[in-house]
Design a protein around this ligand. Structure first.
Ligand SMILES: [Zn+2]
Length: 493
């Protein structure tokens, strides 16, 4: 070894403790600051009392989410004789660290990921049995771990399925599955979720929150919300079914609240007073102990990230509702065209997102998404996206719209993908695209959205290819003029 190389390596080794201590201190101060804020947060109102006659259906993106978010709820329901069913959408078959640890090898292959899925399914059956859920009420759909968001966005058709980079499969390879060999497509996910909903006829449905940081969790919310809305169109029964969201991943929540069983779980401080109305469900001492044991049944997970899993070992669980939004109806079609037009001040947001809740969002506040506003007139959809600080040219926006209800695409919806480089570059081009300080405004002709009745909208930001923030899918009704409605009815006949 050269002498200069030796000194370089020696200096790097000498600096390592300082690097470690520096990072640890920064993390500590960051978390302490947040913890201080959370002390002052009020507890949300109590969850509506459970009663006989209810039927509960819980959707979990991965094996363990249902236990982390809803173990207490399931126990209380079972105690009252309320039927509880659980649908696990993926088998968590893309968790490389877990697979490597499970099989004690560094080079894992597709068969290892598939074997790992079987282990996770078994863990779910054990954990849920201890919570009182019958095995016949536990359904595994077998979709690919870390693939649901891509399926929602880019792989809707059965002829264009998603291929898992882990199992290398583009269809469900599992013998234990709701439907064997089903293609990894959005059409399949939606169809299976609707089948389960029609079969179980739940009064109350639970799924992960659309603002959950894990893309599979955000996509699960989108699919379940869409399925329920489509069923509600033709069924008075599903119009009355309640939909609740539970949160698992958001920034470093709930870890800053520490490993403090006996303490209450509160929503992330940054999500207070946003578009979710939270409820708290208190757990008895016995329910807390049973939940802790059920978490321990997920041994493949606790060996890798016990601290995170047990941070849900609390005295309560949290469930939230989000009221469906309608775009503001403009009477004057020129009122929103000018950037920073005062007309926006009269409009309420259709989506609100936490800010300053991760280090990357703190460092890139121009990409830290804060809110979305929507308005329509006879010709256009006007969107305004606000961020936490001035938008720089380094920030990239992606607006994804799935639209529904037009004459030709009732169920699957068409899509519009906008990639925006501030201040004005939008691909594909739309009517107008502009940024001003911390606002992005775009005008999209309704003809580009098939004169849809409803859109599912998500926004995400990145810089130099690094993801900053996402506003998970929100469903927005678009009021349409009688002219368009009439022409669409004419097409249908
Ligand atoms: Zn999960």
């Amino acid at each position: 070894m050269k002498r200069s190389s030796f000194w370089k390596i020696a200096c790097m080794i000498a600096l390592l403790p300082f690097l470690y201590l520096g990072t640890a201190s920064a993390t500590y101060f960051y978390q302490y600051h947040k913890l201080g804020d959370e002390r002052g947060l009020p507890m949300p109102p109590p969850f509506p009392a459970l009663h006989k006659g209810q039927r509960i259906l819980i959707f979990a993106p991965h094996c363990d989410d249902e236990t982390l978010g809803c173990a207490g709820l399931m126990q209380q329901a079972v105690q009252l004789g309320i039927p509880v069913s659980v649908v696990i959408i993926t088998n968590g078959d893309g968790f490389r660290v877990g697979v490597e640890r499970e099989f004690r090898k560094l080079h894992v292959n597709r068969k290892d990921f598939i074997r790992f899925a079987a282990i996770r399914q078994h863990e779910s059956l054990t954990a849920l049995e201890s919570l009182g859920v019958k095995p016949q009420n536990i359904l595994f759909l077998g979709y690919p771990d870390q693939g649901l968001w891509a399926i929602w966005n880019n792989h809707w058709s059965n002829s264009n399925p998603f291929t898992s980079p882990y199992t290398k499969s583009d269809r469900c390879p599992y013998p234990v599955a709701f439907e064997d060999n089903v293609p990894y497509s959005g059409a399949s996910v939606l169809s299976e979720i609707k089948s389960v909903l029609k079969d179980k006829r739940p009064t109350d449905v639970f799924v992960t929150h659309p603002s959950d940081d894990h893309p599979d969790h955000a996509a699960a919310a989108a699919f379940v919300t869409l399925a329920m809305q489509q069923l509600a169109r033709n069924s008075s029964y599903f119009k009355k079914t309640c939909l609740y969201y539970y949160l698992i991943h958001r920034g470093d929540w709930p870890l800053p609240q520490g490993l403090r069983p006996n303490h209450y779980l509160v929503p992330p401080v940054e999500m207070d007073n946003l578009d979710t109305h939270w409820y708290t469900l208190p757990l008895t001492h016995r329910e807390i102990i049973v939940k802790r044991r059920a978490i321990a049944d997920y041994r493949s997970q606790t060996t890798v990230m016990a601290r995170f899993l047990y941070s849900f070992d609390r005295r309560n669980e949290l469930f939230g509702t989000i009221t469906p939004k309608t775009a503001f109806q403009c009477t004057d079609n020129s009122m929103l065209r000018a950037v920073s037009n005062q007309a926006w001040l009269d409009i309420k947001p259709v989506a609100l997102d936490p800010v300053n809740d991760t280090l990357i969002r703190d460092f890139q506040p121009g990409g830290d998404l804060k809110s979305v506003y929507a308005a329509t007139d006879r010709k256009n959809l006007y969107l305004r996206v606000d961020t936490a600080a001035t938008i720089s040219k380094r920030i990239r926006f992606h607006i994804f719209i799935r639209y529904f209800g037009s004459a030709s695409r009732q169920t699957s919806g068409g899509t519009l993908n906008l990639f925006i480089n501030p201040p004005h570059d939008c691909r594909p081009a739309v009517d107008t695209c502009d940024t001003n300080k911390n606002r992005l405004e775009v005008t999209i002709p309704l003809s580009r959205l098939g004169y849809a009745r409803e859109i599912a909208l998500s926004v995400d930001t990145s810089t130099a290819g690094i993801h900053i923030d996402t506003i998970g899918v929100r469903f927005i009704y678009l009021h349409r003029s009688s002219h368009h409605l009439a022409s669409q009815i004419a097409q249908l006949h």
